[in-house]
Design a protein around this ligand. Sequence first.
Ligand SMILES: [Zn+2]
Length: 69
Amino acid sequence: MRILVLIAIGLLLYVIIGNLLRKSRPPSPKEISEKMVQCQHCGLHVLEHEAIQSGSNYYCSQEHVDADK
Ligand SMILES: [Zn+2]
């Protein structure tokens, strides 16, 4: 009977450690470097590299840059 308890505990530890290892995996560098900015005209959130910068403001499209002038 004792051996069954040991096997059960072993399996439980195996599952818990497996879950911890999966959760502690760091996010990819791309996810960290992608910064979101907000369009000054309509409030839409866009990736910084896709946004159009005008002065210190960001816009989602050229139309909104012109509309906010
Ligand atoms: Zn916009």
